[in-house]
Design a binder for this molecule. Structure first.
Ligand SMILES: [Zn+2]
Ligand SMILES: [Zn+2]
Length: 228
């Protein structure tokens, strides 16, 4: 039996998704299919924000995030490392902690210094880092949700561009956009008062959250008709 523990690292989380969904993904889902699934559940999560339904936000952003991990597995992007390099306890834009972009927005992205001693060990540690970096009281949950949608759009655009151009330089941008999108899942959940690692440890406590098998045996029809 495979499970995600409350003290999971980001890398363990990504590995779990590979173990449970990797086989089905390889056989049945290409990049665009997975992008559609990521978007589909993220949009349902936004509906949860509009309806002020915490459980709807939680399950949909979690499922969307799991598809996001699946796509990163297909692309062989080590998201634990990418998120840390992009956000080394500093804002990726103004290079301060907490972010000071609103006070004085820098014209250009500032260079960040990566201090390995500060690196959070767990997913929960990363959520706490983002909570300090981008304090939830500075935004509404609607703002957080819109930002998530923006970053999802940028991530999708970059992937489609990369796939169209077959260009390794653009692949680096895909990894950067993935890190930005990752941060938005965490900041949106933080705004909703949801601890991602805690909820994951409940949703993914026993293999696939729907069929309970490892690897997942959900049919395409079940995936398409999944109510959330
Ligand atoms: Zn900033
Ligand atoms: Zn399943």
């Amino acid at each position: 039996m495979a499970s995600i523990k409350r003290n999971t690292t980001i890398a363990e989380c990504q590995k779990f998704v590979k173990e449970i969904y990797g086989l089905n993904n390889d056989r049945y889902f290409n990049t665009e299919d997975m992008l559609t699934q990521i978007q589909r559940f993220a949009m349902r999560g936004l509906k949860g924000i509009r309806k002020k339904d915490k459980e709807k936000i939680n399950i949909n952003l979690s499922v969307s995030f799991s598809w996001f991990m699946s796509l990163l597995n297909q692309l062989h992007i080590d998201i634990d490392e990418e998120v840390w390099q992009r956000f080394p306890y500093l804002c990726s834009y103004c290079a301060t902690f907490p972010c000071s972009c609103a006070k004085k927005h820098p014209l250009k992205r500032k260079k960040t210094f990566v201090d390995e001693n500060k690196r959070p060990k767990t997913l929960e540690g990363f959520q706490n880092m983002f909570k300090g970096l981008y304090p939830p009281e500075r935004r509404t949950i609607e703002d957080a949700g819109i930002h998530l949608a923006e970053e999802l759009g940028e991530f999708s655009e970059t992937i489609l561009f990369y796939r169209g151009m077959h260009n390794d330089k653009i692949f680096k941008d895909v990894a950067l956009e993935a890190a930005d999108l990752f941060s938005c899942y965490l900041t949106t959940l933080e705004s909703a008062g949801i601890n991602m690692a805690e909820e994951f440890s409940k949703i993914f406590k026993n293999n696939c959250n729907v069929c309970k098998k490892a690897p997942c045996e959900c049919s395409f029809k079940e995936i398409t008709n999944f109510k959330s």
